[in-house]
Ligand binder design. Structure first.
Ligand code: PLP
Length: 400
């Protein structure tokens, strides 16, 4: 037998496992509403026009494929902090940001978590209940204990703001708070600007380190700037924080693995020291980041014309999801007018958090070929108007 006889089978991933099951289904009705990946109205994967353009320019420039520095492509890092905080941000001008290009949102979170494990020993990371399925894996694998704070109120299908603030107030000083920058996954429920102010107050009072996860900048409101409200507000207040950014969704660069981990700090000297340690961590994990996606981002954000075109395509993607929300809402209202379906319209971003139980989710999949995660989350980015009626009819036929 193998010397690895003792290795047990790992369970399928709760999100990517859904895509695997979807591929095996031979039904013509099947819908993949599991993974948060944007599809066109024809339910096809979408490569943005600006990305194609950038790639054409890159090909014409005939660039080489030498290693990048450990911290990544300089033009990419500049574009990325500017996208987050705005080009006129004092933190950028004063060199107070340690920004390391990393492997999309996941890899950036993981490097940030490794930094916390190493330099903030004993600090726990507080994550929202519920949250994106991978947060727990990322912090646990990096050796950071995770705990939960209240976030979602199933009664109102909205934010449990009182519970959230109380839990953060009860967290030990020096803890890390993971905050979704916008378009909270899976609930689609974000704090209001006034609530962000109060969250910032608690972070200051309890000396908590906010760690923003910005995976959907542009998908909440359709505007890249408006969606950066929370991290920009924290920066304005002079609060130090960490932030993981991803271009998987908003530039559709899923498989290119392009993103960044940054620490926005109070002085340049601290930023230099932190960057040196982020580099030390990345060097031992993957050495240096991939160049292709970073060049695409630098091309797009570096050209006024292409940046403007991206903003248009961003609005188009988020607008299509909003249109699907409206049609799904209309279909459900027609079917069951006495139920309050307004949560579908109020939730923002790629998802609708339905409140379906795990058994009901299974039924959706087994009977109706609707693939979704067991927490009741539907990715509306994988739905189109034509399929809304089919989806609306599906659960109602189930006597739940
Ligand atoms: N953070 C959240 C909340 C997400 O939903 C996702 C992707 O679904 C990610 C991070 C990371 O995705 P990626 O590693 O492709 O950037």
């Amino acid at each position: 037998g193998s010397r690895l006889e003792g290795v047990e089978m790992a369970p399928p991933d709760p999100i990517l496992g859904v895509s695997e099951a979807f591929k095996r289904d031979t039904s013509g009705d099947k819908l993949n509403l599991g993974v948060g990946a944007y599809r066109t109205e024809e339910l096809q994967p979408f490569v943005l026009n600006v990305v194609r353009k950038a790639e054409e320019r890159m090909l014409a420039a005939n660039e080489n494929k030498e290693y990048l520095p450990i911290e990544g492509l300089a033009a990419f890092r500049k574009a990325t902090v500017e996208l987050l905080l705005g080009a006129d941000s004092p933190a950028i001008k004063e060199g107070r940001i340690a920004c390391l290009q990393s492997l999309s949102g996941t890899g950036s979170l993981r490097i940030g978590a490794a930094f916390i494990a190493k330099f903030m020993p004993g600090a726990a990371a507080y994550i929202s209940r519920p949250t994106w399925g991978n947060h727990k894996n990322i912090f646990a694998d990096a050796g950071v204990e995770w705990k939960e704070y209240s976030y979602f109120d199933p009664e109102t299908i909205g934010l449990d703001f009182g519970g959230m603030v109380a839990d953060l107030q009860a967290a030990p000083e020096g803890s890390v708070v993971v905050l979704h920058g916008c378009a909270h996954n899976p609930t689609g429920v974000d704090p209001t600007p006034e609530q962000w102010e109060q969250i910032a107050d608690v972070c200051v009072a309890k000396k908590l380190l906010p760690f923003f996860d910005v995976a959907y900048q542009g998908f909440a409101t359709g505007s890249l700037d408006a969606d950066a409200f929370a991290p920009r507000y924290f920066a304005q207040r002079g609060i130090e924080f960490a932030v993981a950014q991803s271009y998987s969704k908003n530039l559709g660069l899923y498989a290119e693995r392009v993103g960044a981990i940054s620490f926005v700090l109070s002085d340049k000297e601290a930023a230099d020291r932190v960057l040196s340690q982020l580099k030390r961590i990345a060097r031992a994990v993957y050495s240096n980041p991939p160049i292709h996606g970073a060049r695409i981002v630098s091309e797009v954000v570096g050209s006024e014309e292409m940046f403007a075109e991206w903003k248009g395509e961003m609005e188009e993607m988020s607008g299509r999801i909003k249109a699907v929300r409206q049609v799904l809402f209309d279909e459900l209202n027609k079917l069951e007018p006495n139920k309050d379906w307004s949560f579908i319209l109020k939730q923002v971003g790629m998802f609708s958090f339905t409140g379906l139980s795990p058994a009901q989710c299974d039924h959706m999949t087994n009977k109706w070929h609707v693939y979704m995660t067991k927490d009741g989350r539907l990715s509306l980015a994988g739905l189109n108007k034509a399929k809304c009626k089919y989806l609306a009819d599906a659960p109602s036929s189930n006597s739940h």
